[in-house]
Design a protein around this ligand. Structure first.
Ligand code: NAD
Length: 358
């Protein structure tokens, strides 16, 4: 391929996962002058079929590369003369990080380190080399009844997942301060939308409700999350990647604080309207709380709004309804996610949760 036809050649890591797929579906058609190289080692959370509508585009390539493997990364960066990174590849499920943190350390910390090393090396010849690190609000820990996380909030990660992301955020910061790498970091709240692996709350509840299986809700269900529709997150990444100030971090949130129980009840109500049969709320079961479960997250997004002009476009209610509809229309996609070995994990996790029913 003629690499010179593309002035920006972006490695998007984790592009076969939930946010990565949505991001590539958004960016690839929008920026035909950029080459997008999807770097993903295809863990259980990946699904290349998500990208079928863009896979034959000239400005898109997929490479099965593990960010834990520095040699594979070097070969891939050389092959495409990569001059920008949007880094999403990660182990992402908090419950799995409690069961087995080792992979989280390797992928989220060592993988980020490998990418930063590669970026610094390439940036010597490409001084503008942009490194966008996609991170989470979970690095800040938990809030009480009031207040929000700003970019000045101290880090206080409570799960191995959050700690591994916080470590990666610190590494990114240090590569800017020490080596002058052109970095930006986005710390985003909980995303929802299509193509999310059904171990996460919203698709898990929709799938179980369609099967008329119990809907396990941790603790008293009053933990609060600030939900953001994934397309709004993709637009935020686009804005920060292009306009964010080097070395700066940007919090991204939807301003939609909802308790877990309210969210599950809303999903049930939407499903009652869309499907015939008994009320779905009857399936809700309160189960033993997750260890170290953060009580409340809320994001102050004023920096990205005021400095870069980003605003969420979708209302929570409309986006939730569209999301439920998408999973109901794509039940074969949902089932394909939990086929094979993953089904055993999924069934064990699910049985474990219900065994702690209160
Ligand atoms: N989902 C959310 O609500 C949310 C919120 C804020 C930030 N984030 C961050 O956004 C990013 C993407 O999250 P997601 O929900 O799409 O995750 P996901 O679990 O759906 O996808 C992760 C992707 O990374 C790939 N991957 C994992 N380990 C890899 C490795 N060693 N080498 C190469 N690829 C690897 C997987 O194959 C998968 O395609 C993560 O960095 C996450 O921390 C997620």
């Amino acid at each position: 391929m003629n690499l010179d036809a593309y002035r920006t050649r972006v490695a998007v890591t984790g592009g076969a996962g939930f946010i990565g797929s949505n991001l590539l579906l958004y960016l690839v058609p929008l920026y035909s002058e950029y080459l997008f190289v999807n770097i993903d080692c295809l863990t259980y959370a990946a699904n290349l079929a998500n990208l079928s509508s863009i896979e034959s585009r000239d400005n898109y390539r997929f490479e099965k590369v593990d960010v834990r493997n520095a040699a594979e990364l070097t070969a891939c960066f050389d092959k495409y003369r990569i001059n920008a990174v949007i880094h999403l590849a990660a182990e992402t499920h908090v419950d799995r990080s409690i069961d087995g943190p080792a992979e989280f350390i390797q992928t989220n910390i060592v993988g980020t380190f490998n990418l930063l090393e590669r970026a610094v090396s390439v940036a010597k010849e490409n001084p503008g080399f942009r490194f966008h690190h996609v991170s989470t609000d979970e690095v800040y820990g938990s809030l009480g009844e009031t207040g929000t996380f700003s970019e000045q909030s101290p880090f206080g990660p409570n799960s191995p997942y959050a700690a591994s992301k916080a470590a990666a955020d610190h590494l990114v910061r240090s590569y800017h301060k020490t080596y002058g790498l052109n970095t930006v970091t986005t710390n985003c709240s909980n995303n929802f939308g299509s193509l999310q692996f059904p171990e996460k709350l919203i698709p898990l509840m929709i799938r179980n409700a369609t099967e008329r299986q119990p809907l396990p809700v941790f603790g008293d269900g009053l933990n609060v999350r600030d939900w953001l529709y994934v397309e709004d997150h993709c637009r935020a990444i686009d804005v920060v990647f292009h306009k964010g100030e080097a070395g700066r971090t940007y919090n991204v949130g939807g301003g939609n604080e909802v308790t877990n129980i309210d969210l599950v009840e809303s999903i049930c109500r939407i499903m009652d309207q869309m499907l015939d049969g008994d009320r779905h709320e009857e399936l809700i079961r309160f189960v033993e709380d997750r260890p170290g479960h953060d009580r409340r997250y809320a994001i102050d997004s004023s920096r990205i709004r005021d400095e870069l002009g980003w605003l969420p476009k979708y209302s929570f209610e409309a986006a939730l309804r569209a999301t439920v509809e998408w999973y109901l229309d794509n039940d074969t996609w949902l089932e394909s996610c939990i086929s094979g070995d993953y089904r055993k994990y999924y069934e064990r996790m699910y049985a474990d949760r219900l065994s702690g029913e209160k």
